[in-house]
Structure formats: structure tokens, C-alpha cells
Design a protein around this ligand. Structure first.
Ligand code: ADP
Ligand code: MG
Length: 695
């Protein structure tokens, strides 16, 4: 009963009219659960008393008496000014913008508890951002300052202040003080977690910081626990779908190994063994193949495709951009077609006249391996027997997209690839039900990329260096944060810089401009010319970020490097160093480098391992920002701090697994309640889907 109520819109609360509700909605607060699970940004400590005279040391926190009222301004702009005095006789003015009603609440002679930052303005000690409460009649001056020394400080939105948000939260806490518990009592005791209602009260109205932390821990555990339950459920569900184990003959696989002209690295071999093991097992594969850019994942994926084809079934590879899909298709044509594999390529740009026969062939089983973009999961795409789905750069895809492709077969094997390594904690959360193969070592002969930093203004030296490389027949990427000129930001853009590079700096070399808005055909032509050496350089936006493989490129110049995230920088740098020659990455940063930007650039200078970089990224950005990134998929956990909650995550993971095995009914009963609440409160709504999508 209570749970249903908690999902009622916040507008049911007193003081939450249409206007306030609309503002709350901007903060993502729609219903009671959203409000109760809205985490304070920080807490204000009101245990320290401070007289008006000591205003410079911090917020004033003392008892005062109202000595007079004053008004300034005219008409609708008229503003109330309440003069107060503390017991030491210091006077100050409270400027009541838009709060004329305070005249009634605080008549002359009224005692009040005052909290707020004060400063001198117009030779008066004043504050406009104060918080005041009337001291009830008859309460003597020695009574303790009101209870609840810590005040929650919430992230705000325009038109909503701390006081009104606090009032709404208090109301909600009272209304739902008897909230049911959602974690089984045995686990609550074992992990020393607070009951739900208590956790919420201590989150919003803690008596001490320790209480606030305790509350956060309990709520984080709950998030992680139910997430892990969902992950475990998916894993179990997959195991329920048994299938006939198949051991195809592996002559195609050996034939391809012979064609390669090089040996697979030990990590590639290990990954392949994992994959073949899964694919011949009784359950559909759900595996994440992670490995730094250039570590040779694509090749492994091709072997997996061969395996499916050997079993007389079909494989599909989906890439996030047309450029990348094309590149995979070209590589496949080179490696697989000679083995007799029937390939097809599909993107949104394939003309109808070609698309129709292609789809017919696919449905009849006359195509073995199809490579393409998200066009692969269009409604009209049908397979005769889809056995394997490979998703390249999976973090680039939405959950639903991945799911859509998977649903085109009956329980196909899924191989997800990523070059954006995921810190372990995140991996356990988002990809908790996936098996993981990791390629750590690079193919032999690769030299580590040398990274140089240059400040804007010194980039001439960089251009000079690159010129010498190009003169040796090497190629270079120049990457800019913007496509065209922006009025707002004084940043170099790809278009203007392409002009400069081709006309002023390198008139003797051929180059081209490439960015996402150009027609696919043009992009493809440019990349082809670039990879065959017809072009010495390209000026680009981050379209070259993912996957592009041009071994002859040895220079990567990233201007305004501070504008790129660590993961993007790492990906960009990975575009070079793919051949046998020494490669270089130049990070050109501007004067306006912020603290975070500095940390990112230094991390790039000092680190080359993608996993290390990913951990560093987590540290720099903190958990708050992880939520919004494509990297984390739909991950949006409100109370969990990935940098700190690794242990809690492990505990929740263990508990969820044990419970799923010993008492799954308990969870399905309680889980349904909880997830309905939490879904509304948003952490899981996308998440459940994410987990489904992985499975
Ligand atoms: P990723 O997809 O992991 O970024 P790719 O599969 O594109 O990496 O591989 C990068 C390059 O390395 C390709 O040109 C590929 O042919 C080559 N390569 C892959 N595996 C090996 C290996 N074992 N030995 C030598 N070169 C390899
Ligand atoms: Mg790749």
C-alpha cells in the first residue's frame, strides 16, 4: 500500500504546486520515491555556533532578535529588510528578496535561530541567503540550538531553494516513515545495513556525518544488490536455454591461420579458445572481448565467425560507424573470401536495388557472414540461421540496438568487443553476467608510441616534426574538437585548420578533411586514399576515434587535447603505432587548461596501458560523471561511488548470487516490489535493459 503511494507524483505533497512540480521534474524528481532517493550534494554543519561579529570565519549560526523592519525599492520590486541583533549587540540586515511575507513571520521582538553567510555591502553587515526559524514563545535562551546539526544541501535548479526542498523532503519522510524493508533481514544483519526508512531519514536528516555515511552505504548496497540480482537472473536464464552442442569441423579455421602470415599472439589464442569453448557449449555465449586498440580483436572475431559458418550457420558483425564497418568488410574480403565465405555488407546507404536481393540472399542462407552498421537490425533484415552476433566497439551502441540484433536469431552467441577497457568495478556491474576475455599483449614488433606535450603557441615545432615524417612517406592525423568555426569557443576547428595545413603549412603534401557530416562515400574514399598513401595527412574531428586501422600513419596530432576525455584521447592515440615504425602522439593543449584537463594530459603522457588509463579516468572524473557516459552504458547508480565502493560491490555480488541459488523465490517476491520503486527512482530502469541486452 505504502509502496504504491510512494510512486504518486510529488504534486500530492503540500507546497508542490504545478510550478514547483515542474521545477522538481527538472531535477528528475517526479514521484515520492524520486524525492526520497534524491541524494544531498553535501551537508552543512550547524553544530558550530558563530556570532555575527565573526561572520568572516564562516556561516553565522546564532540566536538573534528582530529589531526593526525596513523596505527599499518601489512597487513590485519593493524588498523587505529585517534588522536583527545578536546577544553581543552586533546588528545585521536580512535582505528578503521575494520574501515579503517574512514581515509577518518575524515581527519586531521575535527571537530567531539564524544561519547564513554574511558580508559587508553598502557599509552594512547583511545576508540575502539566510535561513531563519522562529524560536517558539517561552523557550528560554539557554535551550539548545534546534536539533539536527547537519543540514542536507541538495543540487538545485532555478526557482527552487534549499529550504523548500528540505521541507518537501521532511514531508515525504513523515508520510512514508513506515516504508517497508527491501533487503532480506538476514542480509541486513550480516552486512550491518540500516532499515530502509532509517537509511532515508539519516540520508536527509543525519545527526552526524557518520550517520549520513552509514545511510549512503546502505542505499548503495541496495542499488548494487538488486543490480546484481538482475545480472544473476540473466545469467541463470541463459543457462536455462540449453541447445545441442555442436562441434563443427575446423578446416576453415586452420585454413585461415595458414593464410595469415603471422602467428596469433598468446592472448589472441587464449581468447579464441574461450570463444570456441563457449560456442560449442550447451548455452549461448555472452562474452566480452576487451583489448587495447590495435591488439587484434577483429581477427579473433573473424575466427569466431568462421566457426559459426563451419557449423553451417550465419554470423553478423555490427560496427558503430559506416567507416569502421566498411573497413571490416574490406578486411574480411581480403581474408575470408578466398576461403569461400560468402560475405555481404549492409548499411543505411546501400541502395534499395542492391538491398532487396541482399536481404533475400541472407534470408535464404546464401550469405554466411554479414558486416554492417546498425542497419543490420532493421525490421526487414532476416537470417536463415543466425548463430553469432559480434558487436564491435559495443560501448557505442545503445542497449536496445544490441538486443535487437540478438533477437534476430534464436539465442545466438554474442561476442561484444571493446577497446575502451572498463575498470573492474564497472565491469562487474554493467557486464556482471558476461564472461570476459582480455587481450593484453600487442602483436609483436610494435614500438610503444612516444607521446609529446606542446602548449598552444609552440605547435610550429610539432608541425615541423610531422613534415619530416611525411617526407619519409609516413602519414599523419590532425584532430580537432570542432568541425567548423564556433562563435562561442575560440577553438581550432577541422575545416579552418585543413585550409591552413594544406595551403600554408604543407602545400607540398596532399591532405583531406574528414568529419562525420560528410557523405559516407566521400569519407570512405578519403580513408582509402589515406591508407594507401595517396594522402599524407587528414584533418579530422573525432570520427577517427574508433577502430580505424592505417598502419602507415605514424603521427597523431591532437589540438585542444584538453577538450577530449581520457578514453577518447587513448582511442585517438591508438590510431597510430599500428605498424612497425616508431609512432608519435602530440597533445597540444591550451593555456586555459583546467585541473582535470591537466590530470588527463599528464595521464596520457605517463601511461600507455588502456586499463590503467581507464582506472585513472574513473579517479579523475569520479562516479558522478561516469553515469552519463556511453562507456558505462545505461549505468546510473545514485548512491554508489565506483572509486570507493569496490568492496561493497563484491559483497552485494556475493550475496545476490548466494540468494539466487538458495532462495530465488524470496527475491522474485521482494525484488518485484523493490524494482518497481527503484525503477521509478531511475537507477535501474535503463539498467535492467542493459543487462538484458548483454545477455
Ligand atoms: P583491434 O580491433 O583490436 O583494434 P585489429 O584487429 O584492427 O585490432 O588489429 C590491428 C592490426 O594488427 C591489424 O592490421 C591486424 O592485421 C594486425 N594483427 C592482428 N593480430 C596480429 C598478430 N597476431 N600478429 C601481427 N599482426 C596482427
Ligand atoms: Mg577494432
Amino acid at each position: 500500500m505504502f509502496l504504491r503511494e510512494i510512486l504518486n507524483p510529488v504534486s500530492n505533497l503540500k507546497g508542490a504546486g504545478p510550478q514547483v512540480s515542474a521545477r522538481l521534474a527538472r531535477l528528475g524528481i517526479i514521484n515520492g520515491a524520486d524525492l526520497l532517493l534524491f541524494p544531498p550534494r553535501s551537508y552543512e554543519d550547524r553544530s558550530v555556533k558563530r556570532k555575527l561579529a565573526d561572520f568572516a570565519a564562516g556561516p553565522v549560526n546564532c540566536r538573534v532578535v528582530v529589531i526593526s523592519h525596513d523596505w527599499f525599492g518601489f512597487g513590485r520590486m519593493k524588498t523587505l529588510k529585517i534588522w536583527v541583533m545578536d546577544e553581543e549587540g552586533t546588528k545585521a540586515a536580512l535582505i528578503c528578496f521575494n520574501r515579503p511575507f517574512l514581515e509577518q513571520s518575524f515581527p519586531v521582538g521575535q527571537k530567531m535561530e539564524l544561519f547564513g553567510r554574511f558580508g559587508y555591502k553598502y557599509a552594512e553587515l547583511q545576508s540575502s541567503g539566510f535561513d531563519a526559524e522562529a524560536v517558539p514563545e517561552g523557550q528560554n535562551d539557554n535551550t539548545e540550538l534546534r536539533k539536527g546539526a547537519l543540514r542536507a544541501v541538495y543540487p538545485l535548479t532555478e526557482g527552487l531553494n534549499q529550504a523548500s526542498l528540505r521541507k518537501l523532503v521532511s514531508q515525504a519522510l513523515k508520510l512514508w516513515a513506515f516504508l517497508e524493508d527491501e533487503i532480506p533481514p538476514s542480509l541486513r544483519n550480516k552486512r550491518k545495513l540500516l532499515p530502509k526508512a532509517e537509511a532515508l531519514r539519516k540520508l536527509h536528516k543525519p545527526e552526524s556525518m557518520a550517520e549520513a555515511l552509514e545511510a549512503r552505504r546502505s542505499l548503495a548496497y541496495e542499488e548494487l544488490f538488486y543490480l546484481q540480482i538482475m545480472v544473476a537472473k540473466r545469467a541463470l536464464a541463459r543457462r536455462l536455454t540449453m541447445r545441442e552442442a555442436r562441434l563443427p569441423d575446423n578446416s576453415l579455421v586452420s585454413a585461415m591461420k595458414e593464410r595469415l602470415g603471422f602467428e596469433l599472439t598468446p592472448d589472441q589464442q587464449k581468447a579464441l579458445a574461450d570463444i570456441f569453448g563457449d560456442m560449442s557449449g550447451p548455452w549461448p555465449m555472452a562474452r566480452l572481448l576487451q583489448g587495447d586498440v590495435g591488439s587484434g580483436k577483429t581477427l579473433v572475431a573473424f575466427f569466431a565467425a568462421l566457426y559459426a559458418v563451419s557449423a553451417g550457420e550465419q554470423a553478423a558483425l555490427m560496427a558503430p560507424t559506416e567507416l569502421l564497418a566498411r573497413q571490416h568488410a574490406d578486411t574480411a574480403a581480403r581474408l575470408l573470401e578466398p576461403l569461400g565465405i560468402r560475405l555481404a555488407y549492409l548499411s543505411g546507404n546501400v541502395a534499395d536495388s542492391a538491398r532487396k536481393p541482399l536481404l533475400a540472399a541472407l534470408a535464404k542462407g546464401e550469405v554466411d557472414f554479414i558486416i554492417g552498421t546498425h542497419a543490420l537490425f532493421s525490421q526487414d533484415v532476416e537470417f536463415r540461421s543466425l548463430r553469432l552476433v559480434i558487436v564491435d566497439e559495443q560501448q557505442r551502441f545503445g542497449v536496445l540496438q544490441r538486443m535487437a540484433l540478438g533477437s534476430k536469431g534464436s539465442q545466438p552467441d554474442m561476442l561484444m568487443m571493446t577497446a575502451t577497457p572498463i575498470p573492474r568495478t564497472l565491469a562487474l556491474t554493467v557486464f556482471g553476467d558476461l564472461s570476459v576475455s582480455t587481450i593484453k599483449t600487442m602483436p609483436p614488433g610494435r614500438l610503444p608510441i612516444i607521446t609529446h606535450l606542446a602548449r598552444t603557441g609552440n605547435e610550429e615545432k610539432v608541425y615541423e616534426f610531422v613534415r619530416k615524417q611525411m617526407a619519409l612517406g609516413k602519414s599523419a592525423y590532425f584532430v580537432y574538437p570542432l568541425v567548423e568555426n564556433s562563435d562561442k569557443l575560440e577553438l581550432k576547428n577541422a575545416e579552418a585548420m585543413y585550409e591552413k595545413l594544406s595551403k600554408q603549412l604543407y602545400p607540398e603534401f596532399r591532405g583531406a578533411l574528414i568529419h562525420a557530416r560528410l557523405p559516407e562515400e566521400e569519407k570512405r574514399k578519403t580513408m582509402l586514399d589515406f591508407s594507401t598513401g595517396k594522402l599524407s595527412f587528414i584533418a579530422a574531428t573525432s570520427v577517427v576515434e574508433v577502430g580505424v586501422d592505417v598502419p602507415r600513419a605514424t603521427c597523431m596530432v591532437i589540438e585542444h587535447a584538453e577538450r577530449f576525455g581520457l578514453a577518447a584521447l587513448h582511442q585517438l592515440r591508438g590510431r597510430v603505432g599500428r605498424g612497425l615504425d616508431q609512432s608519435y602522439c602530440f597533445l597540444v593543449w591550451s593555456e586555459k587548461l583546467g585541473e582535470e584537463g591537466k590530470q588527463r594530459i599528464m595521464a596520457m603522457k605517463n601511461m600507455s596501458d588502456g586499463f590503467e588509463i581507464a582506472e585513472e579516468d574513473l579517479k579523475i572524473r569520479g562516479p558522478g560523471e561516469i553515469s552519463g557516459t556511453a562507456q558505462a552504458g545505461a549505468l546510473k547508480l545514485v548512491f554508489t561511488d565506483f572509486a570507493k565502493d569496490a568492496e561493497l560491490l563484491e559483497e552485494a555480488r556475493m550475496d545476490a548470487r548466494v540468494l539466487m541459488e538458495t532462495d530465488p523465490d524470496l527475491i522474485s517476491k521482494e525484488g518485484s516490489i523493490v524494482s518497481s520503486v527503484l525503477k521509478k527512482a531511475n537507477p535501474f530502469s535503463g539498467h535492467e535493459a542493459a543487462v538484458v541486452g548483454q545477455a
